[in-house]
Design a protein around this ligand. Sequence first.
Ligand code: S3P
Length: 169
Amino acid sequence: MHDRPHLVLIGPMGAGKTTLGRLLAQQMQRPFVDLDTVIVQAAGVTIQLLFQREGEQGFRKRERAALADVLAGPPAVIATGGGVVLDPDNRHALRRHGYVVYLRVSLATQLHRLHGDTSRPLLDTPDPAARLAALQAQRERLYLETADLVFDADAGSPEALAAALAARL
Ligand code: S3P
């Protein structure tokens, strides 16, 4: 990862990007940036409200701008949102400026971690499992295509996973 400034975590909702990212940043003594948080701070409203007011398209536009800003900033560990890879410009920018790790998890793990979550508009559906499976079917190829490293984040404590991932960087 040594020729690119950032360490970037990609993967679906519930993969542990934020949790692992924070731990890795501590270990690496680097700033941690959560892209969703940057978007919310810039907009001054929650992601649910952004989706309501501007639609997914409006959210994606803000996501693209926030990503460009963060990638232009000081070297960091960056946790992205699950849909960041949908945009080809994002994929290109991620690979250019970051060492990209795809956190791979099972649907069961995603469901377990996201149980009761109300902050993610895409899961506001009667059948979140079907939605997660459909999103994964659409996005897996993009995660794989963008990643420098695929890391199995399905089992283990966050601390153990962070240590195992750090050892592979
Ligand atoms: C999204 C994932 C969310 C957030 C938004 C859309 C997606 O981030 O960006 O709700 O399209 O998968 P997390 O992956 O951090 O949950």
